[in-house]
Ligand binder design. Structure first.
Ligand SMILES: O=C(O)CCC(=O)C(=O)O
Length: 261
């Protein structure tokens, strides 16, 4: 099964892993994530967002190393891969449509990007854990299949692109599934036309050697590459010691590099 998923990931730039979180737990986790994001997050353009969610809620920890996810990460990122971010993203009813982009480090709008032409190598993997069924109605992620094979993306064109592509599709998957993409894949947030909150947890995985310092509050690289140049750059607060102590022992190594000093 996982061999088929790897083939899909390679060909299309993404795959869907089903049944990662059991149905009975999805509902509880959805509520827990919503509660944390409402309390500690912020809302921008109709999207409620909470960076470094692992600081506020640890109950999803074991799913981060589900055997299927682990298999994929080991295959592409090698041993000692780690987690670069855990962000709750709730697309509220009628949120603003997002621009087409690839994720960091391939996105010009997110400081510390690498230049085109991109290397033909998986450098970063974005996983979107679904807490409700994903379909067009709820504004599931829009993707342009196979775009991970291109050496560029629309963020290199200057103005953000909010239009359509002929071959774009909305990701479909049941709650408890994970949409896994090569961070080079062109994608965008769609509009949630339902009356449900589209809860997702966006978790990114990186090889140990990928420099993540631009995300770290007050780091030398962040000051030099983002702040002094007045650029936008995602900021991921450190993992608090108290939160870290509550993480499953097998999952801890994925967060050690981001533990507060
Ligand atoms: O809202 C979505 O489905 C896409 C989120 C997104 O663009 C991202 O996490 O980079």
């Amino acid at each position: 099964m996982i061999i088929k998923k790897i083939k899909e990931f390679e060909e299309n730039g993404y795959t869907i892993l089903e049944d990662i979180i059991p149905t009975n737990e999805v509902r509880l986790l959805n509520l827990e994530l919503q509660e944390s994001a409402d309390r500690f997050g912020k809302n921008n353009n109709g999207v409620t967002y909470l960076a470094t969610t692992i600081n506020f809620c640890q109950s999803f920890d074991k799913y981060l190393i589900h055997p299927d996810i682990k298999h994929l990460m080991l295959h592409y990122l090698g041993e000692d891969y780690r987690i670069s971010s855990t962000s709750t993203q709730i697309n509220e009813q009628n949120n603003k449509k997002g621009d087409w982009h690839a994720d960091w480090p391939f996105c010009v709008f997110n400081g510390g990007n690498i230049n085109k032409p991109f290397p033909k190598k998986v450098l970063h993997i974005t996983c979107i854990f679904m807490f409700i069924d994903f379909d067009k109605e709820v504004g599931s992620t829009l993707v342009k299949p196979k775009s991970h094979l291109l050496e560029t993306n629309p963020t290199f064109e200057g103005d953000p692109y909010y239009g359509d592509y002929e071959d774009q599709i909305n990701i479909k998957g049941k709650a408890g599934s994970v949409f896994v993409m090569d961070s080079r894949l062109w994608h965008a947030s769609d509009v949630n036309k339902s009356n449900k909150r589209r809860t997702s947890l966006v978790v990114r995985y990186a090889p140990w050697w990928l420099n993540l310092e631009v995300f770290r509050p007050n780091s030398f690289d962040r000051k030099k590459i983002i702040e002094e140049k007045n650029k936008f750059g995602s900021l991921y607060p450190s993992v608090k010691k108290n939160a870290f102590s509550k993480i499953n022992d097998e999952v801890k190594p994925l967060f050690e590099h981001w533990l507060e000093k």
